[in-house]
Design a protein around this ligand. Sequence first.
Ligand SMILES: [Fe+2]
Length: 381
Amino acid sequence: MANKRHTFTYPTRIEYGPGALKDFTFIVKDRGLKKGLIVTDPGVEKAGIAQTLKSYFSEAGIESVIFNDVKSNPTEENVLEGTKLYKESACDFIVGLGGGSPMDAAKTMKVMATHDGPLEKYDDMKGGDKYILNNMPPFFAIPTTAGTGSEVGRSSVITINHKKTIIFSPYMMPDIAVLDPMITISLPAKLTAATGIDAFVHNLEAYIVETFHPMADGIALQAMAMCVKNLSTAVNNGSDVEARGNMLMASAMGAIAFQKGLGLNHAIAHGLGAIYDMHHGLANAILLTEVMRYNLSREGTRARYAALGSIFGVENDAEKVIDAIDKWLVSLHLNIKLSALGVSPDKLEALEDYALADPCCPGNPKKVEKGDVLGILTKLM
Ligand SMILES: [Fe+2]
């Protein structure tokens, strides 16, 4: 496919490392910005991270206000309330601080700060991206978990009238992503494990999408190796800055790689999130090896799985790689049955319908037919 036209866009500036959070406030000052809206959620605020950022801003001579009410699935109301606060407080920049939800909500507030409503107008599935212009305030993203990689992404998922809606524009890319491992240290072991596997799956699914994108493939391979090497340490010894930093970087790399696309693992995980409100990373972890086994009959995918042998210290053999991932998931306590999480057999068909209609499904290298998802889910009950 090297003889075809492709467009590659990898422009995000990343400020990485312990201390990056504080240094970042001086970069903002150097840009002449005066007052920021910090968008976060109640959990991050409770952990004291929003207040720390606010005091760093204050030391740098920058005012800030905190909007802390982002829901775990951010809504249109969240976006409109935050945008109102931005305008009423006469802010001139926005910061998304937290996991994927605050970063997505903040990214969309940036759009609504300079664009007329309704938000629905910008629905990517209805071609809304063409209405998003490059006249938006500066926007910075600071992840407090290592998983979603939303800090290097150009889209957000917002619930509008109970429907998950994708808002997308190349102009929504954060101006700077601040990756400071020190602010991920307080993340509990369970969440570290689940979000870390989400990062791994982003890289794995991007790697097997059959699109010509060797840059994404290279990033995905390196990031998978970093996950395998560092996730267990980050889970078992949360204050290991080296492991936390590598996971934070692997998470950003995952989102950079999945500009190439995602696949069936995410299509089903989205259904488990929508119907059972299941944690996204946990859902991905539960599905991981069964989806890999399903994909084995696709020759190119089998070869790509096999090539991961060296990362896991096993032979370059797809089945051996899958077995190694199973053991890894057991060691992370993520080998959980769907039935143990309340998934009932009579909902499996609805989950399949959701997965088949999910935008990630067509990215899967093996074409997914009716009944296939049902087969995978039944094995996981
Ligand atoms: Fe994900």
